[in-house]
Design a protein around this ligand. Structure first.
Ligand code: SF4
Length: 470
């Protein structure tokens, strides 16, 4: 049996250098994990294709038996296009991923089978059913799946050269918080952890010194986290992950975090307004802590990739300049900006739909780089303009050097991160992005992106890739 596993193209944060595409993101784990779960007795030939880093040539894989495609909201339209292509050619297609779990009724129109929820318990069963020609149209995975005895991800099947960080690993799943824009609480109510000895054993097998734990919120259980860091310390590796900012207050935790080899953390600051944080259910971030916390992280040799969101109801046009100023003052090593985006079925989505402020449900524009809402205190155009301006100001070389000259930090991480965003800014400015309500209206009336762009006289556009299937 031949299995093709596809990550559909998200077009987000990809650093392209000439014809070679290297993803600024860490290698995704979805497909390598699914590959690791294929029962060995099926003797399957497995190919992984991540469209974010390599162009897909669909006809090349028409001799595969089963095509499995993972879709997030921003990649759902693309995933459906690919799925439709393979089904037109008589192939069996399975769709899974966050968006499919949220909107199974939408996804099932494009697949022979959909997987709702996290797939690890179901995937081997689905494959056996497929071999025995009794695959069902839908498999539901229980939210309470345990994370014990997971096989190791098949990193040997990924194109590692394409990723800045090819070594990625899962340690936890889910998040106990409920930020209003986040899809994690929509798909899972449970926070689960792998046994620490299993994580350390997998880390020990990784080639090279560096790795990343790309879970959405690694440090939520203090005792488990310290136990994990104690097991990682003797491995003498260097790693990064994601966490909530407030952990800096815990001295023992920070001690073991440093000892474990942690060199960078991605943190969602989201806003410099305590009022805005409260309204998005992220009041556990305290703005008054930011200065002190950054110093503690830096004193422990940990660089911070800090995420900020523009377009909260509280935000006025001053938010862009204020944020850029504070980001420099706080010496946030790699700042990252997003536009407030109402991912499907989140608390934010439900509220803005009720308030008639969602401009489009064209999922391909749900990438946090497009404005898909009517902001409360500015026009969609001003929001997008401010978002681009903030990126441009933040990644000027003078700003980068002021922020990042920190003697005790792991400079390759901050250098590569800032360089990538410097290039990304050029891309943001070289393209026109849809913000005009007229554009959304045309899309809503059934026009394609290209037709709308032509009719509205837009010059250059950042279109989601078109599938070459015909
Ligand atoms: S944004 Fe982060 S902290 Fe908030 S719910 Fe999502 S994963 Fe959890």
């Amino acid at each position: 049996m031949k299995i093709l596993l596809i990550m559909a193209n998200g077009n987000i944060h990809a650093l392209r250098i000439g014809s070679f595409t290297k993803s600024f993101r860490e290698a995704p784990l979805t497909m390598t994990t699914l590959a690791g779960l294929v029962p060995p007795d099926l003797n399957a030939h497995i190919h992984i294709h991540d469209e974010n880093v390599e162009k897909l040539d669909p006809p090349k894989y028409l001799n595969y038996d089963l095509i499995a495609i993972s879709a997030m909201t921003g990649t759902a339209v693309r995933a459906y296009e690919i799925a439709d292509y393979y089904r037109r050619h008589g192939k069996t297609v399975v769709l899974g991923g966050i968006h499919v779990s949220i909107y199974p009724e939408e996804a099932k129109e494009h697949a022979d089978c959909i997987v709702v929820g996290y797939a690890e318990k179901i995937w081997p069963m689905l494959l056996r059913d497929f071999v025995q020609k009794k695959m069902k149209a839908r498999y539901d995975c229980p939210d309470e799946s345990e994370l014990e005895n997971l096989p190791h991800a098949r990193r040997d099947l990924q194109n590692s050269l394409r990723y800045v960080m090819p070594n990625t690993i899962m340690a936890t799943r889910g998040c106990p918080h409920v930020c209003d824009f986040c899809t994690i609480p929509v798909v899972s109510k449970k926070y689960s952890k792998r046994p620490v000895n299993e994580i350390a054993a997998e880390v020990a097998t990784l080639k090279g010194k560096r790795f990343a734990i790309n879970d959405v919120s690694l440090i939520e259980d203090r005792e488990w986290s310290i136990a994990l860091f104690k097991q990682l310390a003797p491995l003498k590796k260097v790693w990064g992950g994601l966490c909530v900012f407030k952990i800096y207050k815990d001295k023992e935790l920070m001690h073991w975090l440093k000892k474990s080899g942690c060199k960078y953390m991605l943190v969602g600051f989201e806003s410099l307004s305590q009022h805005a944080l409260k309204t998005i259910y992220k009041g556990f971030n305290q703005v008054e802590d930011y200065q002190e916390g950054m110093k503690v992280f830096h004193d422990h040799g940990i660089a911070i990739q800090g995420c900020f969101v523009f377009g909260f109801d509280h935000d006025t046009q001053n938010v862009f300049a204020e944020t850029v100023e504070q980001v420099n003052k706080l010496k946030i090593d790699i700042p990252r900006y997003s536009i407030y985006t109402p991912y499907p079925e989140t608390a934010l989505f439900k509220r803005l739909v009720n308030e008639n402020r969602v401009l489009t449900k064209d999922w391909s524009l749900y990438d946090t780089q497009h404005v898909v809402i009517r902001p409360a205190n500015m026009t969609p155009e001003k929001l997008h303009e401010g978002f681009r301006w903030a990126y441009q100001e933040t990644f000027k070389f003078l700003s980068i050097s002021k922020r990042t000259i920190q003697a005790n930090l792991d400079w390759p991480i901050t250098f590569v991160g800032n360089l990538a965003y410097n290039i990304y800014v050029k891309r943001l400015y070289s393209t026109e992005v849809y913000v005009q309500p007229a554009f959304y209206e045309m899309i809503g009336n059934g026009h394609t992106h290209k037709e709308a762009v032509k009719q509205l006289g837009m010059n250059s556009v950042w279109l989601p890739d078109q599938l070459e299937t015909r």
